[in-house]
Design a protein around this ligand. Structure first.
Ligand code: NAD
Length: 486
């Protein structure tokens, strides 16, 4: 660490205390808005994972049998502490990810608290089934925690998605070894301190920082880790499945998306327009549920195009720490380069950039940050790479369509199947389309409206399994049927 640029060294959270990595090595952690290293993350390896799993196995004997009330009380304390520390956590999330502070403080951190509160209050109501055989027997299903489970999460909604896995796993009585993204580790580090202050017993939750192929792989490959809940890219999901399948682990995989936003001429235009700006560019388009392929029915295509371009043009890009910034930095230099390469590709494929299309150098504190303009492209065929591959940045394509059949073909044409958005006032059509769309979530006349009780997940290469509500508790428990002859 000859050229040390910061005194901020994050630590792993293992067996209830903050610990340096076994290797003694650290990874640079960048602030994407300034391009500067501001902290260091443990470069952990299988030794740290082994220590975390050992602590989790020890803790499970007690945590798995802790009363529902007690588990619930501790998780509610964590939720309260997240809320009490909201400004600090939101600032940390923005520093790590480049997202606007208004987004961190109104979406990411409040949702992290909600995740704990939701599963803490749900678990006392989680019931299992009984099946009566008249005059013969009664069957009941015992649902017990699995034991030690692994939770691995991505960088786009760091604490939000990290807690979306950890909270149900813990509420169901499991002990957890978790790995946040190495690109955005800061709020997971702060969560460890919150867990200590909330009185979570040592070893119940362990957080190991570091690279995916080292730490993530060691978690997935550890024989004592019985289930893996993963959110991230489709390619990583495939690697995890390959490693976990021969070990017969339970797997929940939430993967990539290339979601259609389908706009019929009879929609409520102003509501649609406002929401479409959000579903295209919130978090710089780095949301797995973003509606990056916009299909517009021909009678309103030109009107939509003009008004959408005007609204996109007005989005305020700036220092993500400023309250009025709407577009912050993208998460890393490599990611900015990937996004820009897709904008080049779109043009090679015959697309016209209607607005945006460039990297931006801001003035002052953010002059070395990684900013990409919100970009709208038209003139592309639905089968081209730009319309088939996940860009995961502030880039959308717009395409006209005439009929329902035609737009269904466009919508269902990708390898992905996470979500879809539909804009129409015709209820019959909405039902018909919702049934035909190949995806796990359909929003009609809204976007990202979330009820945490609903099943969340994708089909095709967008994943396997569902999160949310009882689905999460079913995943994080093992069912055993007990048959008693009467
Ligand atoms: P990623 O797959 O590169 O990384 C995700 C996590 O997996 C990170 O913690 C990473 O360190 C770890 N990892 C990497 N290689 C690993 C390996 N071989 N074994 C175990 N763990 C490994 O994804 P990302 O770039 O962080 O996130 C962006 C992707 O996540 C996008 O594709 C996006 O669509 C997807 N995503 C999906 C959802 C969803 O709910 N479906 C939500 C958010 C993001």
């Amino acid at each position: 660490m000859a050229n040390k640029k910061s005194d901020k060294f994050f630590k792993n959270y293992i067996n209830g205390s903050m610990q340096p990595p076994a290797s003694g090595m650290y990874i640079d952690n960048y602030n994407p808005a300034t391009g500067a290293v501001f902290s260091y993350i443990p470069d952990s390896d299988e030794r740290d994972v082994a220590a975390a799993v050992e602590a989790a196995c020890r803790a499970f004997a007690q945590w798995g049998n802790t009363s529902l009330d007690e588990r619930s009380r501790i998780l509610l304390r964590i939720a309260d502490l997240i809320e009490q520390n909201l400004p600090q956590l939101a600032a940390a999330e923005t520093e790590d990810s480049g997202k606007p502070i208004t987004l961190s403080s109104t979406l990411d951190i409040p949702r992290a608290a909600s995740n704990f509160r939701f599963f803490a209050t749900a678990v006392p109501h989680f019931a299992s089934e009984a099946h009566y055989m008249p005059g013969t027997a009664i069957n009941y299903t015992l649902r017990r925690p699995i034991g030690v489970v692994g939770c691995i999460s991505p960088w786009n909604l760091p604490l939000y998605l990290f807690t979306w896995k950890i909270a149900p796993a813990l509420a169901a009585g499991n002990c957890v070894v978790a790995k946040p993204s190495e690109i955005t580790p800061q709020t997971a580090f702060l969560l460890a301190e919150i867990c200590i202050n909330a009185g979570l017993p040592p070893g119940v939750l362990n957080i190991v920082h570091g690279y995916g192929p080292k730490v993530g792989r060691a978690i997935v490959g550890h024989e004592q880790v019985k289930a893996i809940s993963f959110t991230g890219g489709t390619k990583t999901g495939r690697d995890i499945a390959k490693l976990a399948a021969p070990m017969f682990k339970k797997l929940s995989l939430e993967l990539g998306g290339k979601n259609p936003n389908i706009i019929f001429a009879d929609c409520n235009f102003s509501e649609m327009l406002q929401t479409t700006v959000r579903s295209s560019f919130s978090n710089q388009g780095q949301i797995c549920l973003a509606g990056s392929r916009i299909f517009v029915q021909r009678p309103i295509y030109e009107k939509f195009k003009n008004e959408f371009i005007a609204k996109t043009y007005l989005l305020k890009m700036g220092d993500p720490m400023q309250e009025d910034t709407q577009i912050g930095a993208v998460v890393s230099k490599q990611h900015a380069e990937k996004i820009l390469s897709y904008i080049d590709l779109a043009q090679q494929e015959g697309g016209r950039v209607l607005v945006g299309g460039n990297a931006v150098k801001l003035k002052g504190r953010c002059s070395n940050g990684w900013f990409v303009e919100p970009t709208v492209i038209e003139g592309l065929d639905f089968t081209c790479r730009t319309n088939q591959e996940e860009i995961f940045g502030p880039v959308v394509t717009i395409t006209p369509f005439d009929t329902e059949e035609e737009v269904l073909q466009y919508a269902n044409s990708t390898q992905y199947g996470l979500s879809a958005t539909l804009w129409t006032q015709n209820l019959t059509r909405a039902h018909r389309m919702a049934e035909e769309l190949e995806c796990g979530i359909v929003w009609v006349n809204c976007w990202l409206l979330r009820d945490l009780r609903t099943p969340f997940g994708g089909v095709k290469n967008s994943g396997v399994g569902r999160e949310g509500g009882w689905e999460a508790f079913r995943f994080f428990t093992e069912a055993k049927n007990v048959c008693i002859k009467t």
